[in-house]
Design a protein around this ligand. Structure first.
Ligand code: F0G
Length: 479
């Protein structure tokens, strides 16, 4: 909820009380410099004991509610037929409207099952945009991903409220070109992650359905961030509709729903749901092969209970907006300070535009990688590189400059407070004012695939030491 203050400004309000806390630690700047150097300037390789605020991801890191924790205590552990599964099934039916449920241990496991069941070599899967794992499973099954977003989707500065929309003309054309029988499914990703957590509109989803239905192509919905997309539809398109109504309307056109339950559902796990028995029957045999029996799907019963409650809770407007409103505040504050950030604010994170933040660091010296290392050094806050390091080399071994060069500062739901955000804004501002001190990175250990996870680098001309000296001049050694 946004609360209007007497000075005319509004702030996001925490509509919850904090009853359990976890101590965090701000290591001094010299320790941070040692840690990031040891981590090869790769924030994935930091240990959480050395991190003050972890903004790497909102996946599996959200604060859980009292009711989720309480529900975990009634977990019913059984290899087959556990009551926890049936409680999740009821929640899926009540909130999403689907009768058939297939559990999976997380989102990518659901994607694996879908690819196994539906993608044949030579097929295409059409998406509003890919997510890393959603594309990997289509590729591994011998299919090809086609992304049909609007031209403006890649613009980091924009006032388009629905950059996640699918281009409907391109969709018609693609289905005609490839032939409906070659299109395994059309996948709409709620609050499109890799373009900055940008939603699609209800109007666009309904229009996509008209086209897929006409051609007999299944419509798959990645609902990992479903409550955020519903929240944006409420804010930007249909203020008269409740979150539940928006979710019901969205789900009424979906053939197969799946989600990572680590985000909107504020737990850890995943699921697939549908109302069509034929789709259920096609996927079911693969669940015990890859996940576990069909009433636990690789999840602990405790997490299944937490998801069941999390799904019901995310339909509350204050819960659905709990992350997005903090992201909006974070983005607004950075814009006020003149820092380059992706607009409009998206759903899971604030995204810094690294090429405008560090204009003198060439993309092939890994601008976003250098920026995420520098942010940790000056603040103890961990973000995630989403740029050229995350884009593996091409088949000739050349680096490929990423389409957008970003650093993602994720805002897990209900985890951080206003002072955490203000602190981060302040240190980002200080870094921006000292941006001439930051140079690029060079690989010293480079894995052949998904190098952003384990790759190690060095700082060109030891820029980290110069940045640390400037920081100590302003703040001393203890900050
Ligand atoms: N779909 C979307 C839209 C996601 O954001 C993710 C994960 C997945 C599928 C895969 O789910 O992690 O449970 O296997 N996103 C995480 C992130 C990894 O950090 O944004 P998973």
């Amino acid at each position: 909820m946004q609360i209007k203050l007497s000075n005319g400004k509004s702030i996001p309000m925490e509509m919850h009380k904090i009853k359990i806390v976890q101590q965090t630690n701000l290591p001094p700047v010299e320790a941070r410099q040692r840690c990031i150097k040891e981590a090869g300037y790769n924030t994935f390789l930091l240990r959480t004991r050395d991190i003050f605020l972890d903004m790497l991801t909102d996946s599996g890191t959200n604060a859980m509610s009292d009711n989720q924790l309480a529900a975990m205590m009634q977990a019913d552990d059984a290899y087959a037929g556990c009551e926890s599964f049936y409680r999740l099934q009821s929640a899926v039916e009540d909130v999403l409207g689907f009768k058939y449920l297939l559990p999976a241990h997380q989102g990518r496991a659901a994607e694996h099952l879908l690819a196994k069941a539906f993608v044949k070599p030579g097929d295409v899967v059409i998406m509003n945009y890919h997510f890393t794992t959603s594309k990997a499973h289509v590729d591994l099954a011998g299919g090809k991903v086609l992304e049909l977003y609007k031209p403006g989707a890649m613009q980091t500065v924009s006032d388009d409220p629905f950059k996640g929309n699918m281009d409907l003309d391109k969709l018609e054309e693609a289905i005609r070109t490839y032939g409906a029988e070659k299109v395994s499914y059309v996948r709409m990703e709620a609050t499109t992650n890799l373009i900055g957590g940008q939603p699609f509109s209800l109007e666009n989803l309904l229009a996509v359905k008209k086209i897929t239905a006409k051609h007999g192509v299944p419509l798959v919905f990645d609902g990992s961030l479903i409550s955020e997309n519903a929240f944006f539809i409420h804010e930007r398109e249909h203020p008269e509709m409740s979150i539940s109504e928006i979710i019901s309307e969205m789900m009424s056109v979906v053939d197969i729903f799946y989600m990572s339950a680590r985000k909107s559902a504020a737990a850890r796990g995943g699921l697939i749901a549908t109302n069509q028995k034929a789709f259920f029957d096609q996927i079911l045999p693969w669940v015990p092969v890859y996940e576990g029996f069909s009433t636990y799907g690789g999840m602990s019963s405790r997490e299944i209970e937490a998801i069941a409650v999390g799904l019901r809770e995310m339909t509350d407007l204050n819960v659905a907006g709990s992350g997005a409103e903090f992201v909006e505040f974070f983005v607004r504050r950075l814009v006020e300070e003149g820092l380059p950030v992706v607009t409009p604010a998206g759903g899971l994170a604030c995204h810094l535009d690294a090429l405008r933040f560090l204009p003198d660091v060439p993309q092939l010296d890994f601008t976003s990688g250098a920026l995420s290392a520098a942010i940790y050094l000056v603040s103890g806050v961990r973000g995630m590189e989403r740029g050229t390091v995350s884009t593996d080399r091409d088949e000739n071994g050349n680096n490929v400059p990423a389409g957008v060069e970003l650093v993602r500062m994720a805002v897990p739901r209900r985890l951080y407070t206003m002072s955490h955000i203000e602190y981060t804004v302040d240190r980002l501002k200080w870094l921006y004012e000292h941006r001439d001190l930051v140079k690029g990175l060079r690989f010293v250990e480079e894995p052949p695939v998904l190098r952003f996870f384990f790759g190690k680098m060095e700082a060109i001309d030891n820029w980290d030491l110069k940045l640390m000296e400037a920081f100590i001049d302003d703040f001393g050694v203890n900050c």
